[in-house]
Design a protein around this ligand. Structure first.
Ligand code: GDP
Ligand code: GDP
Length: 436
């Protein structure tokens, strides 16, 4: 998974490049007392308290012509696009300028965390000069001196604190990490409790790598599972903002950390638009997905209810034809016993490795059954297939021209692979590459 990205933004000459070089940990002798000749690199790796990340010096990005303001704006926009955390650098000697306010107004439009660094605070006497910058409206401001290397530690602590948690938890590789997601009140917490009620809990309330989740680790039939409870946090009265945006962000982080996503739907209410949006994130992230229709005890049923609901799910989540659907009740525990076996199977499929020769046999057979498409002149030729990754299984096809692999044939091949290898519960990626 990719490292967090930190972008440094600010008007010209506040010291972006100087700070960048400090953060890059290299005292490259590039900073001279001549504005504009200070940089030779724009991206660098950096590390702080064992956290690796990438930094971008947006001031060094050539955004073409335009006025200084236009350039600054483009640079800030790139930062907003690319970065996980933005360092907004200002010059402590100048106080807040109109150009600073211009940058601030751009940064206000993002949800991304902004850390204000007040540069050129070269000695303690100058500390008073930083207070003006609180009115930029980004909370705490951090005095630094790029040329003297002062204050950077505190600023970087603040930056690192804002990193989204992605990877780096301490679980064994074969621990299955489950994220339970869904709209408020569909029964996520009840489901987590129902699962844990039946299992031998190894660690409870293990702090996750995010501020937003608490993990519990348990074992079933020799398999270790970690369940991330994002909803339970709120019930313990910890930090929680009851906005949709915030809960979506928490769901996203849980998804990023998981192997299998349990997408919980309220059986009484049916499928809502918000359910689709949340499931879409899990799909984008390439996670295995199990659909859980909860509160099945409260649904009035006849012998067709389940198949009708399944049809609704297939219709509503057309992008997830491979996700198994489970109907259960977290409260009465009805059908709960099916959950973990389905999760385990989805996780196994997510990590399935297909032998290359068998994979190529399936592709060759598929092509015989249904010849590859042409563009009227040339026909798609698949020379060779190989699996390059798991989690999700990712298959590269070496072809004469990737543009000839149209959507419908892509879909056809995916279906054949699913029939052959039983990838239930997991997305699979098929990538066409030009044979070199
Ligand atoms: P950028 O254009 O915003 O990237 O700014 P630079 O890093 O090129 O710095 C602009 C000028 O400010 C250069 O002359 C630097 O030597 C100077 N400068 C950078 N950081 C500091 C600092 O902490 N204190 C002082 N006094 N000057 C600095
Ligand atoms: P969360 O916000 O998604 O974590 O949902 P909760 O677990 O807090 O449940 C919301 C409400 O739905 C609570 O009143 C639960 O008692 C109820 N609920 C949860 N699971 C079930 C279920 O399986 N059947 C029924 N009838 N109610 C349930």
């Amino acid at each position: 998974m990719s490292k967090p990205v930190v972008a440094i933004v600010g008007r010209p000459n506040v010291g972006k490049s100087t700070i960048f070089n400090r953060m890059a940990g290299e005292r490259l002798a590039i900073v001279e007392d001549v504005p504009g000749v200070t940089r030779d690199r724009v991206y660098s790796k950096a590390e702080w308290v064992n956290q690796e990340f990438n930094i971008i010096d947006t001031g060094g990005i050539d955004v073409g012509g335009g006025s200084l303001f236009q350039q600054m704006r483009h640079q800030a926009e790139i930062a907003l696009e690319e970065a996980d955390v933005i360092v907004f650098l200002v010059n402590g000697r100048d106080g807040v300028t109109g150009a600073d306010e211009e940058v601030a107004s751009l940064l206000f439009r993002t949800d991304k965390p902004v850390v204000v660094g007040v540069n050129k605070i070269d000695n303690l006497e100058m500390q008073m000069d930083i207070y003006d910058f609180y009115r930029l409206g980004f909370g705490e401001v951090y005095p630094v001196s790029g040329s003297h290397g002062l204050g950077l530690g505190d600023m970087l602590d603040a930056v690192v604190r804002q990193f989204p948690a992605v990877e780096g938890d301490d679980y064994e590789e074969d621990t299955i990490r489950m994220a339970v997601i869904g709209r408020p009140n569909v029964g996520k917490s009840s489901l987590v409790n129902a699962v844990l009620g039946e299992e031998r809990v190894i660690v409870s309330d293990m702090p996750g790598t995010t501020r937003d989740a608490v993990d519990t680790v348990f074992e079933r039939d020799g398999q270790e599972y970690a369940v991330m409870d994002t909803a339970g946090m709120r019930k313990r009265g910890k930090v929680y903002e009851n906005t949709e945006k915030y809960s979506v962000m928490r769901a996203l982080r849980a998804i990023e950390r998981s192997d299998v996503v349990l997408m919980v739907i309220d059986g009484e209410e049916g499928i809502l638009e918000q359910d689709k949006k949340i499931a879409g994130y899990a799909e984008d992230a390439g996670r295995a997905i199990v659909m859980v229709v909860n509160k099945w005890d409260a649904v009035e049923k006849d012998d067709k209810t389940m198949s009708r609901f399944t049809d609704d799910i297939r219709e509503g989540f057309q992008f997830l034809p491979y996700a198994p659907v489970l109907f259960l009740s977290a409260v009465t525990k009805q059908r709960m016993q099916h959950l973990l076996p389905v999760v385990k199977e989805a996780a196994d499929n997510h990590n399935l490795r297909v032998p290359t020769n068998v994979l190529n046999d399936v592709i060759v057979d598929a092509v015989i059954m249904n010849p590859t498409p042409t563009d009227g002149v040339r026909r798609l030729r698949i020379n060779y297939a190989t699996q390059v990754a798991v989690g999700p299984p990712t298959i590269v096809l070496f072809v004469n021209d990737p543009d000839l692999l149209h959507f419908s044939y892509h879909r056809y091949l995916e279906n054949r692979l699913r029939e052959a290898f039983h990838f239930e519960g997991t997305p699979i990626k098929i990538i066409a590459r030009k044979k070199s």
